[in-house]
Design a protein around this ligand. Structure first.
Ligand SMILES: [Zn+2]
Length: 105
């Protein structure tokens, strides 16, 4: 059975995530599903994930925490912006040398 606070939270949540690939129950270690998500900041990088174990013999409900850690590769737009900022910091001669394949210095 689902806990009553979980059911109340789920019923008032309009956006739901149903995934069984990323969450395991902390009690029986079987797959669990994310029933809903409560974002904890405006950037949506930290959230509580309300989960339900799919093992019928367990059926625990619990909250997992989701948090952004770091980039592996920055977004392409950031890379382009970084390159533009670097180019803007060079003199006209240094930029010309760079585009000729020389290292300005
Ligand atoms: Zn379980």
């Amino acid at each position: 059975m689902l806990g009553s606070s979980f059911v109340k939270f789920y019923k008032r949540t309009t956006h739901s995530i149903w995934s069984t690939d990323i969450i395991n129950c902390p009690h029986c270690l079987q797959k669990a599903r994310i029933a809903s998500r409560n974002n904890l900041n405006n950037e949506k990088t930290i959230a509580d994930l309300y989960c339900q174990c799919l093992n019928k013999d367990c059926a625990a409900t619990f909250v997992m925490m989701l948090g952004f850690k770091h980039n592996i590769n920055p977004p392409a737009k950031s890379t382009a912006q970084l390159a533009q900022n670097l180019l803007n910091s060079l003199s006209k001669q240094e930029r010309a040398a760079l585009f000729e394949g020389k290292i300005p210095g």
